[in-house]
Design a protein around this ligand. Structure first.
Ligand code: TNX
Length: 480
């Protein structure tokens, strides 16, 4: 059902058009597409063979066979010979430098896809798949017109974020998203694993975190990491701290400023109850959970949240105020002392993760009390956070509301199914340019990518979620 819907979206984009138009409807559009008018088509037939220097069990080979079977009904096998009247070649070639860079060329006798990594070759395959998909719509012929494509992503970080904290997604749904992401050449999946409404990752040392509600076991998450890696997607986990933590407090009330009692939130919004920043037990708890997290996720980046952490409890909490005093934190016209206390917490975790060979990403609020020394900023409250971070020499990922908020309305709010609010049409999302031509050099250097956020508060079913995510996620893929 889901697959059917997505393919329909693609065909709506691609339409049943001429070969030339078809190529210009590739999503995302390759950097260079050259059609070679004078030559004859490549024909996928019973005689077609596959030749490759990839290991025999490489994912790309299985994927190519899959694509050919699905789009043409043919099942070519591997051959060691480069020559033949119809050969598809997948070639690891270190000279095709650059992350995600691939060359796809089609002539009468050969289709060749070259890249320096299996991930790059996979991107060539995804383009080939779209070409064949467009062709299926016309003739079911398995013919490919001679072309040359030279393609490479604009940004190194091309991400979607899923929110199983608000409405849980079973692992098979996460895999469905990974499948769609590779189709559109996304390479990062952020999993927002914790929030006020639920903690969704098994932590062996603190089992009460998942005592109620659905969650992923550590084994399930490792399986997702493997599944994604095969498809050139890195999973970046997010544990949102020190705010958005009512689910933690409900399980371990001693970690809050008031001691509770607390209940897992059954509403949306921003809670004033947050982790107590003056309590050493909280720091120890955070080290425990991040220790288990990094044993599951090999990604260099770990997302520590940092958004929407009201300071009202900290202002009244004797432990937080004692910590502020002990650290000598002072308010000034830029930051309150409680904002500086938030920076203390984030810096503490940054140091812990850096010591374990990882880097942190945080939502743009981590700028507020002074930025942790090596942090990457995810700019969500507009673009300013990202630009400020970049100008200060920090990397930034742009995921600004409204453009990248795929939970907001995409059509007339009065008649659309209920969402969190806002109104971002496909056209508006598509129009977003994270790095304008006249941006200064630091901004050009440090804005490393884009992310679409699929916040899940108002998406009680798979259908609603997929409906919100697409086709705008495809428009953002184009930006990436
Ligand atoms: C803001 S974006 C949030 C999320 C909500 C989202 C809804 C961000 C860092 N925080 O907690 O789900 O808005 O659009």
């Amino acid at each position: 059902m889901k697959k059917y819907k997505l393919i329909t979206y693609m065909l709506l984009f691609a339409g049943c058009l001429s070969a030339q138009d078809n190529l210009s409807a590739l999503l995302p559009m390759p950097n260079q597409v050259k059609q070679i008018e004078s030559k004859k088509d490549f024909i996928i037939s019973g005689k077609t063979t596959i030749q490759t220097n990839l290991p025999e069990d490489a994912f790309c080979i299985a994927k190519l066979k899959d694509i050919l079977r699905q789009r043409t009904g043919k099942t070519p096998t591997l051959s060691s010979s480069r020559s033949g009247s119809s050969v598809i070649r997948l070639i690891l070639d270190p000279s095709v430098k650059g992350d995600g860079h691939y060359l796809l060329s089609v002539s009468e006798k050969t289709v060749s896809i070259k890249g320096a990594t299996q991930g790059s070759i996979l991107y060539g395959l995804m383009t080939l798949d779209q070409i064949l998909l467009g062709d299926v719509c016309r003739t079911l012929s398995g013919k490919i017109a001679p072309i040359e494509i030279d393609d490479q992503p604009r940004f190194s970080y091309r991400s979607l974020m899923l929110d199983p904290a608000r409405h849980f997604l079973p692992t098979e749904d996460v895999k469905f998203y990974i499948d769609q992401m590779v189709r559109y050449k996304y390479n990062v999946l952020q999993l927002h694993l914790t929030d006020d409404q639920g903690w969704r990752i098994e932590i062996k040392k603190h089992p009460r975190l998942t005592g109620k509600g659905e969650f992923y076991t550590q084994e399930e998450l490792k399986d997702l990491v493997r599944y994604a890696a095969e498809r050139n997607v890195q999973i970046i986990p997010e544990l949102d701290i020190p705010g958005h933590t009512v689910a933690v407090l409900a399980a371990y009330p001693e970690l809050g400023c008031t001691g509770g009692p607390y209940e897992v939130w059954r509403q949306w919004g921003v809670s004033e109850d947050v982790l107590c920043a003056g309590n050493d037990q909280v720091l120890k708890f955070l080290e425990d959970v991040f220790t288990e997290l990094i044993a599951i996720f090999p990604s260099e980046y770990i997302h520590v949240g940092g958004d929407e952490c009201p300071k009202v409890r900290w202002e009244k909490c004797p432990k937080c105020q004692a910590r502020i005093k002990a650290l000598g934190l002072k308010s000034d016209d830029k930051h309150s002392k409680e904002e500086r206390l938030q920076s203390f917490v984030i810096n503490h975790i940054e140091k812990f993760l850096n010591d374990h060979g990882r880097q942190i990403i945080g939502w743009d609020e981590i700028l507020e009390g002074g930025l942790a020394p090596n942090a990457t900023v995810m700019s969500w409250r507009g673009v300013e956070g990202g630009i400020t971070a970049a100008k200060a020499g920090h990397d930034a990922i742009m995921t600004p509301s409204p453009y990248a908020y795929l939970d907001q309305y995409q059509e007339e709010p009065e008649t659309a199914p209920t969402t969190i609010g806002g109104y971002q049409t496909l056209k508006k999302t598509y129009s977003y340019n994270p790095v304008p031509d006249d941006a200064d050099e630091l901004v050009k250097k440090h804005i490393i990518g884009v992310q679409g956020n699929i916040w899940n508060e108002y998406m009680q079913s798979d259908e609603r979620r997929d409906y919100q995510a697409f086709p705008r996620a495809v428009a953002l893929a184009e930006t990436g």
